[in-house]
Ligand binder design. Sequence first.
Ligand SMILES: *Cc1c(COP(=O)(O)O)cnc(C)c1O
Length: 395
Amino acid sequence: MSSPEAPPPPADRLAGAPLAPDTLVVSAGRPARRHDAPVNPPIVVSSTFHGSGQVVDGDRAYGRYSNPSWDPFEEALAGLEGSELPGLLYASGLAAASAALSLVPHGGVVVIPRHAYQGVLVMAAELAAAGRFELRYVDVAETDQVIAALAGADLLWLESPTNPLLEIADLPTLVRAAKQLNPAALVIVDNTFATPLLQRPLEHGADVVLHSVTKYLAGHSDVVLGALVTPDPDLRERLLHHRSIHGGIAGPFEAWLALRGLRTLAVRIERSQATAGLLAQRLSEHPAVRSVRYPGLAADPGHARAAAQMGGFGSVLGFEPVGGAAAADALVERLRLWTPATSLGGVESLIERRRRHANEPETVPEALLRLSVGIENAEDLWTDLRQSLANSQTR
Ligand SMILES: *Cc1c(COP(=O)(O)O)cnc(C)c1O
């Protein structure tokens, strides 16, 4: 039994080497190893914290400034993304996006992908319409086009793979170009689709990474949360201040659920990604399928780039059935195992036609179905799709 005076610190290295990401998801954010201490961090349900006299830096003070329930997840996510500074949890991915956009100077220029998470696009468009900043839209896979738009830009917003078209941005080249043109320009990468297990934008020089924790990190479709990670102390200070003052904070129960979900991230991704590759291949050979989008397919336009900068191709894919939007809707209705619902990254497989959302850009094909592959048996998932496709053959 270890001495209660000097508990050995939890390992963050073994034999001099940092722990692998698929270990960190399990080992990070654990309480100190004291006799009879809990193995999991407790949920702290308190809106205020003891204190008198002057409030100093590091005091918890009040539940909008900090909560011990956030710390383990914030530490674990930072470790996974490769930041020395803890991440910041938010009430949702969009609360995190709102905080991130607050970093743009008034009247500044933001370069943003034409296709990206639609809530982010709506938020940015509304802020631009109100005169907060100027927006320049780019096709994020067209590297020269993005670089041409960067002159005078204050912020490059990237998402890769993009939602829902799974376009791949050349992260190292674009970050380098943005910094060369303007050393003060910020690069923010929405890493929701890839997760830090498949892609680490900070290693390419990005300033801030954004996650909708709602998706893969929490992983069970039972919580809405967001997070930012930055290795830059000044940026983190500004973001922390924004969170404390604008109040988009996480609840302690949600933070606990997210950490619990994170523990299985590596095995969930390993499984769902293998199935996604299999389904993408089979769909691409099916006569009732017009086109498939999945960066893991050798013929996909993003394949080479994704292979170069990602540790895997992820678990989201898209396809267009023959017969247009009506055929796509009918196909979804015939499915018995896949759940027709928006969102992604959970253990259960979800499918939706993205253009059913009024705000989805019109350049997204009407019939495009987005599939979030879960961890069910791969053959069961295929059988459900195959049966539904068989009935949709246009005659
Ligand atoms: C869902 C999502 C968001 C928004 O996150 P919420 O948690 O729903 O607020 C942002 N970016 C991407 C890529 C997403 O999939």
